[in-house]
Design a protein around this ligand. Structure first.
Ligand code: UDP
Ligand code: MG
Length: 317
């Protein structure tokens, strides 16, 4: 029986993985029960999997899932939860930006009776100004656009009780925003504040493209506001167009001057077409996600695994 499961998604982390293992091991040895370190290799192209195999041979608390290709960070942690067997489940990044030592404090809170202990970043070290500003804005926009209480500046570094994890693995939505889903589930949640360290080595595995997609997933999963924006904008533009129509008519009928030529016409056409296309794009974001859902493909495909048992029985077939 395992008491604590630690899920570590890894994508091309050969430079950091040994150090991560060492620090996690040192922390988990101080806990009061058997534990597992469940690495999820998200289709790494470097030696990550070889290192994992080597660690798993030496240490039986090391287990891994190996994806057939890169499915993305959020899917990787979902797979980890599908196979985790502990009573408390911790999710942590592999790059040591989330200090493993905080897990001990999380466990303390869990024992006090909290079902979710999430780690809130009060400071980020060694990240670009661009990342800091966009992340700051994103969490605030997300919060403003949804009724669900998604905490600000909080990543996936958290501890969850078994019952929260069971609910989560039951939700098979494809474009997942796990931290939002955890908030949606409810139960007794609390925050621990921490300073986010620099990456131990290597580079971020979240380039701008992935970050954009991730933030769109967050917003579309928890809010219809972008769609409502279309009707609001349509309303405002029609209203102002009517006023403009009256002005043009007045000028035509009661004065000698008419509004001149094709430049104003062209501007109006371009502007309105632009707005229409943007709103079509917003709708497309939602429709694409509906399409992903109806295809009912599996969330991920495993190539290999070691140490793990059956998938949690709560995972729908
Ligand atoms: N990751 C993953 N699949 C991906 C991208 C990232 O499993 O497609 C993992 C990565 O190995 C790390 C965690 O997700 O453990 C967070 O990624 P990263 O540290 O690069 O993101 P950042 O901290 O820069 O936002
Ligand atoms: Mg990181």
């Amino acid at each position: 029986m395992v008491k604590y499961s630690v899920i570590i998604p890894v994508y091309n982390e050969a430079l950091v993985i040994r150090e991560t293992y060492k620090r996690l091991k040192a922390v988990m040895e101080q806990t009061d029960g058997p534990y597992e370190l469940l690495f999820v290799n998200d289709g790494s192209e470097d030696e990550t999997i070889e290192i994992l195999k080597e660690l798993a041979v030496k240490d039986e608390t090391v287990k891994y899932l190996d994806f057939s290709r890169n499915f993305g960070h959020q899917i990787a942690i979902t797979a980890g939860m599908d196979y985790a067997s502990g009573k408390a489940i911790v999710i942590i990044d592999a790059d040591l930006q989330d200090p493993p030592e905080l897990i001990l404090e999380m466990i303390r809170k869990w024992k006090e009776g909290y079902d979710v202990v999430y780690a809130k970043r009060i400071k980020r070290k060694g990240e670009t100004i661009f990342k800091k500003v966009t992340a700051h804005l994103f969490y605030r926009i997300l919060r403003a656009s949804t009724e669900i209480d998604i905490p600000l500046d909080t990543g996936d570094f958290r501890l969850m009780d078994r019952k929260v994890c069971d609910q989560l693995v039951n939700m098979r939505e494809r474009n997942r925003f796990v931290r939002g889903l955890v908030s949606w589930i409810g139960f007794k949640q609390t925050a621990l504040e921490y300073e986010r360290d620099e990456r131990f080595a290597g580079e971020t595995k979240y380039p701008l493209k992935k970050m954009l997609r991730f933030s769109m997933d967050g917003i579309t999963s928890f809010s219809y506001k972008p769609l409502k924006l279309a009707s609001l904008l349509g309303f405002l533009l029609s209203f102002s167009s009517v006023i403009w129509m009256f002005v043009v008519l007045y000028l035509k009928l009661f004065t000698n001057s008419t509004v001149t030529g094709w430049s104003s016409l062209l501007m109006a056409i371009l502007f309105f077409n632009g707005v229409v296309l943007i709103m079509l794009g917003v709708m497309g974001e939602y429709i694409g996600r509906i399409y992903d859902e109806v295809k009912h493909r599996p969330l991920y495909i495993l190539k290999d695994c070691r140490g793990v048992g059956q998938k949690s029985e709560k995972v729908p077939q």
